[in-house]
Design a protein around this ligand. Structure first.
Ligand code: ASP
Length: 365
């Protein structure tokens, strides 16, 4: 599929807009947040989360069924992962930056009010998504970073703690001792050369190795029975990043976007690709033009792949980095797509939770 609007897309868009008009939906993208809040053409309850996470999505669905706010439902689902020390992609136990310090990024967006909140490079607080929600609800700002974000979290009573668990520290130290032959850090003399999954095997390119072991994030999107949307993306970001590096997760429109009239989208994987392509915003816009969530995710992947630097592509022009999109539409459809098909996501439609594999620009090897 081309990433430009084809005649077929336009016809489909027309049909969707006609359908939307019949359902009382405004086709005007500038309609006020107040209008967006009114329940219309609901397709929920529905919730989707990156990865195989049945307990987490069930938690979100329980809250939706109890009449909870869609953003609160999504936040409570990801909070379970943020608090899990064995998950090295977010919150407590997240892998640190190159200096061994865990720096977290998160954003939230609330469909009914069209408000957003985010924190970036936040240290010592295990639930950055809850802090992001307070930035949205208790300030007139959208994004707080670094020390300011930490002071804000402290002001709201969040406890400070060391987020670098022993296991995450060992993984980081292993990386530090092995990633270069050109520094003074040495692995233990007794350790086999290739005994850890975080160690780059000899002969594997740095890019492939980074792709396999250094990304990880949780994105959760929720839709209520009355058609209101909410979403959250939370991460410890690119492992071993330069201190202060901020990825796509806390940037509204890049790692997360919600439009209460259309749908919601989020991402995991190479954040720089989403920062350069406003990916989550673009996916929601493509859904608004009539694509299904899965088609929109695939179209955006194609767009990113077509605009990537040469050094990030293999000899056949295929991206060597990982990138996955997740999306839901206001009428209750969902989809996920990845550069290479296969990464898991979990969806709950109000009846059952299912772990599914994302579609791909390229088939699974
Ligand atoms: N997107 C995140 C970032 O770039 C990382 C990831 O999803 O793996 O910070």
């Amino acid at each position: 599929m081309s990433d430009t609007l084809t005649r077929r897309d336009l016809l489909r868009t027309g049909a969707v807009l006609a359908g939307a008009a019949a359902a009382g939906l405004s086709a005007d993208p500038t309609a006020s947040a107040q209008q967006a809040a009114a329940p219309r053409s609901a397709g929920g309850p529905l919730a989707i989360i990156s990865g195989g996470k049945v307990a987490e999505i069930t938690k979100a669905m329980d809250l939706l069924r109890a009449g909870g706010d869609p953003l609160d439902a999504a936040i409570e689902a990801v909070a379970m992962v943020e608090a899990n020390p064995s998950d090295h992609t977010v919150g407590l136990g997240g892998l640190p930056n190159e200096d061994g310090v865990v720096e977290l990024d998160a954003s939230v967006m609330h469909g009914p009010t069209h408000k957003a909140g985010a924190v970036a490079a936040l240290r010592n607080i295990r639930h950055p998504s809850r802090v992001a929600a307070l930035v949205m609800r208790r300030t007139d700002h959208v994004l707080l970073v670094g020390d300011g974000a930490l002071r804000f979290a402290r002001a709201h009573g969040f406890p400070e703690e060391e987020l670098l668990t022993d296991e995450a520290r060992r993984i980081w130290l292993d990386w530090k001792e092995r990633h270069s032959d050109d520094d003074d850090w040495l692995p233990p003399a007794t350790a086999p050369a290739e005994d850890r999954s975080t160690t780059r095997p000899r002969g594997q390119s740095r890019v492939d190795w980074r792709e396999a072991f250094t990304y990880g994030t949780v994105n959760c999107l929720a839709l209520t029975a009355s058609g209101d949307l909410g979403g959250v993306t939370t991460t410890s970001g690119l492992s071993y990043k330069i201190a202060g590096r901020v990825g796509d997760s806390p940037i509204i429109g890049a790692g997360l976007y919600v439009d209460n009239q259309i749908g919601a989208a989020g991402s995991t994987g190479r954040g720089e690709a989403n920062l350069q392509n406003c990916s989550s915003f673009a996916i929601v816009e493509l859904i608004g033009r009539g694509m299904s969530p899965e088609e929109a995710c695939l179209a955006q992947l194609r767009r990113v792949a077509g605009r990537s630097e040469r050094r990030l592509l293999d000899a056949t022009g295929r991206p060597t980095f990982g990138l996955v999109y997740y999306a839901i539409s206001k009428d209750g459809r969902f989809g996920a797509a990845s550069i290479t098909a296969g990464p898991e996501f979990t969806v709950h439609d109000g009846r059952t939770a299912r772990v599914l594999e994302s579609a791909g620009l390229y088939p699974k090897a």
